[in-house]
Write a protein that binds this ligand. Sequence first.
Ligand SMILES: O=CC(=O)O
Length: 334
Amino acid sequence: MADTHHQEQNRQLHPELPQVIVLKSPPVFRQFEDHFSSRFHLLKAWESELPQDQYLATYAQSAQAILCFGSGPRISADIIRQLPSLRLVVTTSAGLNHIDLSECRARGIAVANAGDVFSADCADYAVGLLIDVLRKISASDRYVRNGNWAILGDFGLGSKLGSKRVGIVGLGKIGLEVAKRLEAFGCSISYNSRKKKEHVAYPFYANVCELAADMEVLIICCGLTEQTRHMIDRKVLLALGKEGVVVNIGRGAIINEKEMVQCLVQGEIGGAGLDVFENEPNVPKELFALDNVVLSPHLAVFTPESFEDLRDIMIGNLEAFFSNKPLLSLVADE
Ligand SMILES: O=CC(=O)O
């Protein structure tokens, strides 16, 4: 019980600091921790030897805020119900699929996310994946390293980025940044989203299958919800066609992964750039053999240069909440 004892001592030393629960923290958070502990009394459930339920029942009954990470654990209805004073969830991610939003809504709990902090990094990465698939950069790197250049001669040419018709699925902050970048490369942009955006001139498609049929590239930038789960299925991919490329920097389950793998293996689409997968960190093995597929371990999201902005927005949200000011990146209720 040494850690729990330490936390209890800390609470007695800093009774004035507002309590913020953290169920588990990934190593990347450790570099921020001092910035948080000097402002808030962090209830570090993961350091306690008590089972989580017991820890929450013993130490977190009056805590009003929880800080969580896109990497988990999930902020489920069950956890929310164990925290009767909870009024705010702050997540370090742009995505929200690890939070039970309807339970938060029902209980009047506000949710704040990473806001715009990652949008530029994520958009850069989406464009990087697309260029890599089209111009075969990773594949040609392997070709050279394996000594094939000298043995087999020149590697086959890739396909031009400029003038491609690109469909963006989900024109939020990240999608708009992707569009801005690809316009500069000479691509023509169209999009699909829940609603047509006022003040956006790009052609809008209410139907994702129709978008795919008219495009050469689909870039998935939307969040994962019950409505978007498996939205990109075999039918959409077949509409994209044999030369079509899909890039996913949203969430793996937005694409029906089994059907996408089948389409790729059978040459029914032209290629894929994938940063996210349905069952991370497991990646379908069939993809490893395909040179027209670029794989990456869910790291589009940020660079070390963005960490300070992330830290500041999380602290800013917590401070605003505890001083009754508007949150910096409140997730709008849809
Ligand atoms: O995937 C990462 C995020 O949602 O921020």
